[in-house]
Ligand binder design. Structure first.
Ligand SMILES: N[C@@H](CCC(=O)N[C@@H](CS)C(=O)NCC(=O)O)C(=O)O
Length: 216
C-alpha cells in the first residue's frame, strides 16, 4: 500500500489531499518535524535529506511534495487530475514547476515570518519585499484564470492542486488576495474541495498544538 511520511503540519497535506481526490488507499505515517522525528536513523534510510513528505509506492520512493503529486496524478488519475492530451499534461508540469520554483520561495518566506516569529520580531522590510514580488505572480495566474476555470484548461487537475497547496501559505499568513478576485475565487473553489476539507479537518487540532509549542 502507498505510504506517505509527514505530519499534517507539513507539505505532506498536499499529498494526502491528492490521494483523497484519487480515492486511492494509503497509509499515513505522521512524522512530527517539530520533534525531529524526520531525523531518526530509520527515516533517513528512506529519505537521506531528512525532509518530509516522502512517498513509498512499491519500488518508487520519492520526495518533493509537488513531484509526488505529479507522479500520483499520472499513475492514478489518467483522464482526470492528469489530462489525456499532451498540452494539458504539459501545462500541469509547467504550473507545478512554477508553483515550486517561482511562487513557493515567496510564499514560504512570508509564512516563516508569520509562523515562526512573534509580531515584534518580524522583518517588516522582508515582508514588504516578498509582497511586492508576489503581486506579479498573482497577475500571471489571474491572466490565465480570466480565460479558463482551471489552470491547465482541462477542468480541475494536479496543476490546480499543486498551485493551491502553495497559495495556502499566502492565505494562512493573511495575504490579501482581494486585489486578484479571479485568483481568490479559484482558490476558494479549489482549496474548498471536500477531499481537501477532509484533510484540513484532521490537520486543525494538530496544527493548533504545534503552533502553541513553537510560540512557547
Ligand atoms: N521542496 C520540498 C520541501 C520539503 C520540506 O522542507 N519539508 C519540511 C516540512 S514542510 C521539513 O521537512 N522540515 C523539517 C526539516 O527540514 O528538518 C517539498 O516540497 O517537499
Amino acid at each position: 500500500m502507498i505510504k506517505i511520511y509527514g505530519s499534517f503540519v507539513s507539505r505532506a497535506t498536499r499529498n494526502l489531499w491528492i490521494l483523497e481526490e484519487l480515492g486511492v488507499e494509503y497509509e499515513h505515517v505522521s512524522l512530527d518535524w517539530g520533534k525531529q522525528e524526520n531525523r531518526s536513523s530509520e527515516y533517513l534510510k528512506i529519505n537521506p535529506a531528512g525532509k518530509v513528505p516522502t512517498l513509498v509506492d512499491g519500488d518508487a520512493t520519492l520526495s518533493e511534495s509537488l513531484g509526488i503529486n505529479l507522479y500520483l496524478a499520472q499513475k492514478y488519475g489518467a483522464g482526470g487530475l492528469w489530462p489525456d492530451d499532451d498540452a494539458g499534461r504539459a501545462r500541469c508540469i509547467q504550473w507545478s514547476f512554477w508553483s515550486g520554483a517561482e511562487l513557493e520561495p515567496l510564499a514560504y518566506g512570508r509564512i516563516r515570518e508569520f509562523l515562526f516569529k512573534k509580531e515584534p520580531d518580524r522583518d517588516q522590510a522582508l515582508i514588504a519585499d516578498l509582497a511586492e514580488r508576489t503581486g506579479p505572480m498573482l497577475d500571471l495566474m489571474a491572466g490565465t484564470l480570466a480565460e479558463t476555470d482551471y489552470l491547465s484548461g482541462q477542468g480541475f487537475t494536479v496543476a490546480d492542486l499543486n498551485a493551491a497547496g502553495v497559495i495556502e501559505y499566502l492565505e494562512r499568513s493573511g495575504f490579501d488576495l482581494s486585489g486578484w478576485p479571479g485568483v481568490a475565487e479559484w482558490y476558494t473553489r479549489t482549496y474548498g474541495r471536500s477531499a481537501n476539507q477532509k484533510i484540513q479537518k484532521q490537520r486543525a487540532p494538530i496544527a493548533a498544538d504545534m503552533m502553541k509549542r513553537l510560540r512557547e
